[in-house]
Design a protein around this ligand. Structure first.
Ligand code: 4NP
Length: 169
């Protein structure tokens, strides 16, 4: 999507964030991105959703520890209900952001015809202040891990918004 150059692209531009359970990292990415999109006045132009590669937590709200970190560090409430990634997401979204390498590979495996590989990217590609290549899974760790996920995702979401605005893909 190009907002200021007037090129023809899909509107609204649709982003899907994917992790394993869809209760920690990907709902955080979705809600942080929505926060930045609202601040930028682009709510009509960019739409976000999230999903998990597993069905472990389908129907559950974001993890309490993740919500606490998002509230403390950014003052936002995490909204959402976990769902599993499905093949139709390849068609329905313009860009699919995997939180780690395992999620990335599991998503690509579902694209049997390999026609959607170009839509799938690793979230940390968009970081400019952090050097980690993956968003670490915080589920079995302490509160610090959840706080670090928020910091990392703020960096990645800021970079992602800049790219989406300029359509530098
Ligand atoms: P997420 O975190 O993939 O960031 O939502 C996890 C949530 C649940 C589990 C693992 C990671 N689990 O094993 O249940």
């Amino acid at each position: 999507m190009t907002i200021d150059k007037g090129q023809k692209t899909s509107m609204p531009y649709k982003l899907l964030f994917v992790c394993l359970g869809n209760i920690c990292r990907s709902p955080s990415a979705e809600n942080i991105m929505n926060h930045l999109i609202e601040q930028a006045g682009l709510s009509d132009a960019i739409i976000c959703d999230s999903a998990g590669t597993s069905s472990y937590h389908v129907g559950s709200p974001p993890d309490r520890r993740m919500s606490a970190a998002a509230a403390t560090k950014l003052g936002i409430k995490l909204r959402g209900q976990a769902r599993q990634f499905q093949k139709s997401d390849f068609q329905d979204f313009d860009l699919i952001l995997a939180m780690d390498q395992e999620n990335y590979e599991n998503i690509l495996t579902l694209d049997r015809t390999e026609q959607y590989q170009h839509k799938v990217r690793l979230m940390c590609e968009f970081c400019s202040r952090h050097t980690l290549k993956e968003v670490p899974d915080p589920y079995y760790g302490g509160q610090d891990g959840f706080n670090q996920v928020i910091d990392l995702l703020i960096d990645a979401c800021e970079g992602l918004l800049t790219k989406v605005k300029s359509e530098e893909f």
